[in-house]
Ligand binder design. Structure first.
Ligand code: DGL
Length: 264
């Protein structure tokens, strides 16, 4: 059997990427881990984020993946260099918010970037803004509440947090909004309701295309036609299973294996 692509996230966010990845690379097998037990990662120290991330990567390496996608902006901005240093044998692709596209597509020279607090304050994200959006007004804000609410499926609370936090983008009349947290595409519809005039962009397409290019360039595309999907959580299995099915649809999840594990 072909080796699968490994996808990690602190929780459910990477499922938004996985949905697009499956469309871009339908023959690939995927094994996904959500560390929902320890989510959100945003409030943790960089050392703790790395320790938890490492456990997921080691587990996936035992399962022999061919490429790792870090489908979490918070892990990417804090840990991607160390991960590439420690796990040299496989290509590692991180999440990068589409600030360049947001800057290119804005109609009025104003863009918003919406991520977690850790990501919004990171040097990684600030460097991207300086590189790709110089001369443009950038409103870069981090949310400390949303990830936990998305993990718990608290739709009403999500809406009231969005009404409050998105106000600054409204007041500043931004033209485009780059989502810098992989959980946020999962609530894109609620965001669009509050910012109807704004073009909302996420990185799922860009990251999926990047993965395809890497696999092609290294002769690593699958040889068999049968893709196998495995979704793993460290948290509540019932909730996870429902969420996976709702997000990815029955056609894909009917043949998927969904399980709970504990990592040490
Ligand atoms: N999906 C993660 C991200 O993209 C959420 C981070 C967290 O767990 O705080 O940033």
């Amino acid at each position: 059997m072909d080796k699968p692509i490994g996808v990690i996230d602190s929780g459910l966010g990477g499922l938004s990427l996985t949905k697009v990845l499956v469309k871009t690379l339908p023959k690939e097998s995927i094994v996904y881990i959500a560390d929902s037990k320890n989510c959100p990662y945003g409030g943790k120290t960089e050392e703790e984020i790395y320790r938890l991330t490492r456990r997921m990567v080691k587990y996936l390496l035992k399962r022999k993946i061919k490429l790792l996608i870090v489908a979490c902006n918070t892990i990417t901005v804090t840990s991607i260099n160390d991960l590439r240093e420690e796990f040299k044998d496989i290509p590692i692709v991180g999440m990068v918010p589409v600030i360049k596209t947001a800057a290119q597509k804005t109609r009025n020279g104003k863009i918003g970037v919406y991520s977690t607090v850790v990501t919004s304050k990171s040097k990684y994200q600030k460097d991207l803004i300086n590189k790709f959006a110089s001369g443009i007004d950038v409103i870069n804000i981090g949310s400390s509440a949303l990830v936990s609410l998305i993990e718990k499926g608290k739709d009403k609370e999500i809406e009231s947090v969005l009404r409050e936090e998105l106000n600054i983008f409204k007041e500043n009349n931004i033209g485009t909004l780059a989502l810098g947290c992989s959980h946020f595409p999962l609530i894109k519809r609620q965001i669009a309701k509050i910012l109807p005039e704004v073009l909302i962009l996420d990185s799922s397409g860009a990251v999926s295309r990047q993965v395809k290019r890497i696999l092609e360039a290294n002769g690593m595309l699958p040889t068999s036609k049968d893709s196998v999907y495995n979704f793993i959580t460290t948290g509540n299995k019932d909730f996870f299973e429902k969420f996976v099915k709702k997000t990815l649809g029955k056609k894909l999840t009917n043949k998927a294996k969904i399980e709970r594990i504990s990592l040490q």
